[in-house]
Write a protein that binds this ligand. Structure first.
Ligand code: ADP
Ligand code: MG
Length: 351
């Protein structure tokens, strides 16, 4: 075997490359929903409705009332690396939208059947067009439409046998999709969200736009969560450590749960940060007598140049400059809040 001639190297077919890349961007049904909802938010929508069939494998449909897509852009809409959001690499530093790579819709067309219905402001009718492997399957058809965009994803992973089988054999993604929309709904409190199973009479997430964060949390996570929350805020303007602002709600000593719920937005992006989550859990375990796992909603704003958004294919994680400093500051803010709480309650008990 050692003396065998080396195998020849050849270029992969473009369709193979695209399908492999697509499988990384769209890892499972919930990742498709996240990309579609983020597009709707980027389009300035105030109402976003999601319908799901078979955990998203059969159908995912996201309808919004955003600015819509121009008819003349439809031919390249689902090509890889076509976007209205980014031009130069440097723009990544100041990007306000959640999308920037122009890969989500393209990816979906490589692993599913995608249909787009859209209308822009002031038009008499909208357009409907279907895509496969990055290209339009036919000329856009004129169609009656009210406002915004509806994107339908059918038969996700139809051409990725292993992925489809694995997903079919495990618990479906519907609970993950519901969870995702709950998270978006409490952060984007001015947007109304709904999520339902295809054919179901009632929605499993139904949030109404509100100006109060606590109302948003109450409508999504229920009274039992909302009544046991306290507001937190922190900021640090020391230019030599890290400039950041944080605000949110954390559970008090009356809240009880077996698992931590951590809804974290950094610079308006829904992300995960295991280190921060652990750090907060430690404070709860050390400070509150009955160690319940906490509920945390937190929004952190950092200078854009301190956040690298391009470290993960699903954009699920970001990397932060001075992460330790940020985490320590948040830890001490929460610790102080919880200590004040428990002192206040011991005081009451002594009365
Ligand atoms: P990205 O979001 O990174 O730009 P996408 O593939 O997700 O890439 O979307 C490509 C483009 O399609 C977006 O830049 C945007 O202009 C347009 N688009 C996608 N979804 C919507 C939507 N729901 N409403 C309006 N425009 C949309
Ligand atoms: Mg996008």
């Amino acid at each position: 075997l050692a003396s065998r001639d080396p195998p020849r190297i050849h270029r992969l077919d473009e369709s193979v490359v695209n399908r492999i890349a697509a499988g990384e961007v769209i890892q499972r049904p919930v990742s498709a929903v996240k990309e579609l909802v983020e597009n709707s938010l980027d389009a300035g929508s105030t109402s976003i409705n999601v319908v799901v069939k078979d955990g998203g494998l059969k159908l995912i449909q996201v309808s919004d009332d955003g600015h819509g897509i121009r008819c003349e852009d439809l031919p390249i809409l689902c090509e890889r690396h076509t976007t209205s959001k980014l031009s130069a690499f440097e723009d990544l530093q100041s990007i306000k939208s959640m999308g920037f790579r122009g890969e989500a819709l393209a990816s979906m067309t490589y692993v599913a059947h995608v249909t787009v219905t859209t209308i822009t402001n002031g038009q008499l009718h909208g357009y409907k067009v279907s895509y496969r492997d990055g290209v339009m399957e036919h000329e856009p058809q004129a169609i009656a439409a009210v406002k915004g965009t509806r994107i339908t994803i059918e038969n996700l992973f139809y051409n990725m046998i292993a992925r489809r089988k694995t997903l079919q054999n495990s618990v479906d993604d519907y609970p993950k999709i519901v969870d995702l929309l709950c998270r978006f709904a409490i952060h984007h409190k001015n947007v109304s969200f709904s999520c339902r199973k295809h054919g179901a009479a009632s929605a499993d997430v139904h949030s109404v736009a509100t100006s109060s964060r606590l109302d948003a949390i109450r409508s999504v996570y229920g009274v039992s969560v909302a009544q046991n929350l306290i507001k937190i805020e922190a900021s640090d303007a020391n230019p030599y450590s890290s400039v950041f602002e944080m605000d949110g709600y954390i559970s008090d000593s009356k809240y009880s749960a077996k698992k931590t719920t951590m809804v974290l937005f950094i610079n308006e992006r829904l992300v995960e940060c295991t280190a921060l989550k652990r750090a907060i859990e430690i404070i709860y375990a050390a400070t509150l007598p009955k160690a319940s796992k906490p509920f945390i909603y937190m929004s952190i704003i950092l200078p854009p140049e301190h956040v690298d958004v391009n470290v993960h294919p699903t954009k699920r994680e970001v990397s932060l400059l001075n992460q330790e400093v940020v985490i320590e500051k948040i830890q001490s803010t929460i610790e102080l809040k919880l200590r004040n709480l428990s002192e206040a309650s011991t005081y009451h008990e002594q009365e």
